[in-house]
Ligand binder design. Structure first.
Ligand SMILES: [Zn+2]
Length: 306
C-alpha cells in the first residue's frame, strides 16, 4: 500500500470557483499518481464564515468533475475536542500563552510585517496585572525556516516578519486556521499537502506547530493560483462565480491543459460522466509537478468555449 495520504480542505464560505476547483484537481492528481488516498475535509471551523448549503454544493461539484474522495468527509466543526486537546498539550509544554491584546493594542505597538503587524510580544512573559487573556498564541522559538517545496524548491521564511507569535485560538473562541489544519492533518495521517501558493506563508507557522506538538510535518507542494483579470487571486470575496457542474468535461479539459498535462488537445474522450473519469485517468498517469506553469493561471484560460 502507498504511504501517500493527501487531502483537499475547502472552506464552505461559497461554492467552488475555478481557482478552488483547480486546486482540487491538482491535489487529486498528485495523490492518485502516487496511488495514494485523497481525503476530503470541510474547513468549517470558522462558523460565522460558513454559508449554508455551500458544503453540499462543493461535494456535488467535486463529484461531477470525477474528483471522488476516500473515506468519510471530515467536518472541522465536529473536531473541537481534538483542538482543545492540542491546546492543552501546547500549554503544558509551555508553548502556548494567553494574550490580552486587542487588535488595536497590537496595531499601536507593532512593526509592520509581511502579512500585517508583527506581534510585539506584550504578553509573552505573562499578563500584566489586571489584564485578562482573550486569545491564545503560540510562542515562536525558531525564527528562520527553510523548506524543500516539491514544486518551488528550497524556500526560506522569517517567521518573525510573518507576524511572530501567532494566534492559535481567537478571542471569539474559534480555533485558528493554523492550529485546526495541523491537528486535522496529524490525526488523518496526511503525508503530502498540495495547495495554492497563496498559502505559502502558512508553512513556517505550521512547521512551528508540528515542532511544538512533536509531530512529523508533511511534504509540501505549492502550485500557482488562478487569477482574475488584473492579476488578483480568484476568490469568493472578490465575486468569483461558481463552477457549473453541467460543463464538467469542458472545464476539466481547460484546467488539465493549463496545468501542463500533455496530450489533452488530442485526447479522444467519451461523453457524459465517463468522460471526466477518462480525462482524469489520463491526467494522473501524465501528472508531474515539473509541468506546472511558473506564473499564475489566468481565469480566462479556464473557460471552455461554446
Ligand atoms: Zn498580547
Amino acid at each position: 500500500m502507498s504511504a501517500y495520504i493527501g487531502r483537499f480542505a475547502p472552506t464552505p464560505s461559497g461554492p467552488l470557483h475555478l481557482g478552488s476547483l483547480t486546486a482540487a484537481v491538482i491535489s487529486w492528481l498528485d495523490a492518485r499518481h502516487h496511488q495514494g488516498r485523497w481525503l476530503l475535509r470541510i474547513d468549517d471551523v470558522d462558523r460565522p464564515r460558513t454559508v449554508p448549503g455551500s458544503a453540499d454544493a462543493i461535494l456535488r461539484t467535486l463529484d461531477a468533475h470525477g474528483l471522488h474522495w476516500d473515506g468519510p468527509v471530515v467536518w472541522q466543526s465536529t473536531r473541537d475536542e481534538a483542538y482543545h486537546a492540542a491546546l492543552a498539550q501546547l500549554r503544558s509544554a509551555g508553548r502556548a500563552f494567553p494574550c490580552a491584546c486587542s487588535r488595536k493594542d497590537v496595531l499601536a505597538s507593532a512593526l509592520p510585517g509581511l502579512e500585517g503587524p508583527i506581534y510585539p510580544g506584550t504578553c509573552r512573559e505573562g499578563l500584566s496585572v489586571g489584564r485578562r487573556g482573550r486569545a491564545w498564541r503560540l510562542r515562536m522559538v525558531q525564527r528562520h525556516w527553510v523548506i524543500e517545496d516539491r514544486a518551488l524548491g528550497p524556500v526560506g521564511f522569517d517567521l518573525h516578519l510573518l507576524g511572530g507569535d501567532f494566534v492559535i485560538r481567537r478571542a471569539d473562541h474559534v480555533f485558528a486556521y493554523q492550529l485546526a489544519t495541523v491537528v486535522d492533518d496529524v490525526d488523518a495521517g496526511v503525508t503530502h499537502v498540495v495547495r495554492g501558493s497563496d498559502l505559502l506563508g502558512s508553512v513556517p507557522r505550521q512547521m512551528q506547530l508540528y515542532q511544538a506538538l512533536a509531530r512529523t510535518p508533511p511534504r509540501y507542494l505549492h502550485h500557482p493560483v488562478v487569477v482574475a483579470g488584473r492579476g488578483r487571486k480568484l476568490a469568493k470575496s472578490s465575486g468569483a462565480s461558481a463552477v457549473d457542474p453541467r460543463g464538467a468535461t469542458g472545464t476539466l479539459i481547460c484546467i488539465l491543459r493549463a496545468i501542463g498535462i500533455p496530450g489533452i488537445d488530442t485526447h479522444d474522450a467519451p461523453r457524459g460522466s465517463r468522460a471526466v473519469d477518462a480525462l482524469l485517468d489520463h491526467a494522473q498517469r501524465h501528472w508531474s509537478p515539473r509541468q506546472l506553469p511558473v506564473e499564475p493561471i489566468p481565469a480566462a484560460t479556464l473557460a471552455p468555449e461554446g
